[in-house]
Write a protein that binds this ligand. Structure first.
Ligand SMILES: Cc1cc2nc3c(=O)[nH]c(=O)nc-3n(C[C@H](O)[C@H](O)[C@H](O)COP(=O)(O)OP(=O)(O)OC[C@H]3O[C@@H](n4cnc5c(N)ncnc54)[C@H](O)[C@@H]3O)c2cc1C
Length: 344
C-alpha cells in the first residue's frame, strides 16, 4: 500500500494498515521536523478513533487546557471572559497538530516513511498502480491512498482541476507558533481573541514557553493567497491593540506560517480504481468546524476497517465512502452555518 502524505490521516491509516499486516510505504513531501503548527481539538469521532487506537494516554502527555476565552475590543480592552468550564466539552483533547502527528509517528511499527518526496504521476497497470515519485523512482502498489491534505496532488491526478471541488467560505486564515516565555506568561493560560470588523486575531499559550496564534479575516472566494504572509498579516492586523503587535513581530518566515483560504472539499467520488482519498483531501470541512483532524482520524479508521473485510478492493472503497459521507456532509453544513455568523 502506498500512502501519499504523512499528516494526521496518512499516519493514522499507516498505523492501522501495519497492524493489519500490510506493507506500507508512506511518502511525505515536507522535510522532517516541521513546526508544531496550531492547536487541534480532537473531539467526537476523532476522540473515539484515538481511544480505539489506545493512544489517549500518550496524547494526554501533550494535551493542555486553556483556562478561559477572553474577548478584547479592537483597542485591547477586555469585553468578555468565558471560563473554560463553560465552553468545555466531554470527550475532547486539545494538543498541537505536530504533537498529534508525532504521537502517531512514534507508534508506527517500523514501516517505510520517506520524507521530502511524494507521488508525481500515476500509471494504471491493471492489477497494480505504478506511481512515479518526485525523485524519479517508481513505486508499484495494490492501493494508492491520497492523504495529502486540502490541496491534494493525488486528488488532482484522479479527478482533475481543484476548481470544481473547493468551496471557499469567504475567509483567509493564518496560524503560527513561536517561543517567548514572557509573552506566554502574560497570556495567563487563556485564549485571547481581538475582534474588529471583518477580522479576528488570537493568541494562546501552549506547551512549554510556546505561544500560538490564529488570524482570520474576510476574503471573498478566489482571493489569491499572498506571497508573503508576514507582510499581509501586518497590513491587515497591525492596527489592532492588546498584544497583536507583539504577535505580529514574532511571525516566522513564510514556510513556518500556515496561511490558506478557509474552505471545504466536496467531491462526487472519493475513490477511483485502485486509488482512494482520505482526510482533508476528500472531506476538508475547514477550521471553523473544529473537526477536520478528528474526522481525518475517523476516516483512516473507517478505511482500514473496510479494507480488512474479505471483499474486492472496489467494494471496500465504496463501503468506506458510504459510511463516512453522511457525517462529513453534516459537519460541513455546520461549519458553513458558523461561517455565516463568524467575524463581525
Ligand atoms: C488553524 C487551524 C486550526 C484547526 N483546528 C482544528 C481543530 O481544533 N480540530 C480539528 O479536528 N481540526 C482542526 N483543523 C483542521 C485540521 O488541521 C485538518 O483537518 C487536518 O490536519 C487534516 O489532516 P490530513 O492528514 O487530512 O491533512 P494534513 O494535516 O494537511 O496533512 C497532509 C500531509 O500531506 C503532505 N503533503 C501535501 N502534499 C503532498 C504531496 N504532494 N506529496 C506528499 N505529501 C504531501 C503534507 O505535508 C501533510 O503532511 C484546523 C486547521 C487549521 C488550519
Amino acid at each position: 500500500m502506498l500512502i501519499n502524505g504523512a499528516g494526521i490521516a496518512g499516519l493514522a491509516l499507516a498505523w492501522w494498515l501495519e497492524r493489519d499486516g500490510h506493507d506500507v510505504v508512506l511518502l511525505e513531501r515536507a522535510e522532517p521536523g516541521r513546526a508544531a503548527g496550531y492547536m487541534v481539538d480532537c473531539q467526537g469521532d476523532g476522540y473515539d478513533a484515538v481511544d480505539r487506537m489506545g493512544l489517549l494516554p500518550r496524547l494526554r502527555r501533550h494535551a493542555f487546557t486553556l483556562s478561559a476565552l477572553v474577548y478584547h475590543d479592537p483597542g485591547g480592552a477586555v469585553r468578555e471572559v468565558l471560563p473554560s468550564d463553560e465552553v468545555a466539552a466531554e470527550r475532547l483533547i486539545s494538543l498541537m497538530r505536530g504533537d498529534l502527528e508525532g504521537a502517531l509517528r512514534d507508534d508506527l511499527r517500523g514501516g517505510d516513511l520517506r520524507f521530502g518526496v511524494g507521488v508525481d504521476r500515476l500509471d494504471d497497470e491493471g492489477d497494480r498502480l505504478a506511481a512515479v515519485l518526485t525523485d524519479g523512482s517508481v513505486e508499484r502498489a495494490d492501493l494508492l491512498v491520497g492523504a495529502d491534505g486540502f490541496r491534494s496532488h493525488v486528488r488532482g491526478l484522479l479527478f482533475g482541476s481543484a476548481r470544481h471541488c473547493v468551496r471557499e467560505l469567504g475567509f483567509h486564515a493564518a496560524a503560527y507558533s513561536f517561543t517567548d516565555a514572557g509573552l506566554a506568561r502574560s497570556l495567563d493560560g487563556a485564549m485571547h481573541l481581538v475582534d474588529a470588523p471583518g477580522l479576528q486575531a488570537g493568541g494562546y499559550p501552549v506547551t512549554g514557553d510556546d505561544v500560538s496564534t490564529l488570524f482570520i479575516h474576510r476574503a471573498p472566494p478566489a482571493t489569491p493567497r499572498p506571497e508573503d504572509p508576514r507582510r499581509e498579516l501586518r497590513a491587515r492586523y497591525g492596527h489592532l491593540g492588546w498584544l497583536v503587535p507583539e504577535l505580529l513581530d514574532r511571525c516566522p518566515p513564510p514556510a513556518a506560517v500556515h496561511y490558506d483560504a478557509v474552505a471545504q472539499i466536496e467531491l462526487p467520488a472519493w475513490h477511483r480504481g485502485r486509488a482512494v482519498l482520505v482526510g482533508d483531501a476528500c472531506q476538508a470541512m475547514s477550521l471553523l468546524s473544529g473537526q477536520g483532524a478528528g474526522m481525518a482520524l475517523a476516516g483512516a479508521a473507517a478505511l482500514a476497517d473496510e479494507l480488512r473485510r474479505d471483499v474486492p478492493v472496489g467494494t471496500a472503497l465504496a463501503r468506506y465512502e458510504r459510511r463516512l459521507r453522511p457525517r462529513v456532509r453534516e459537519l460541513q453544513a455546520e461549519a458553513r452555518a458558523t461561517a455565516e455568523e463568524f467575524v463581525p
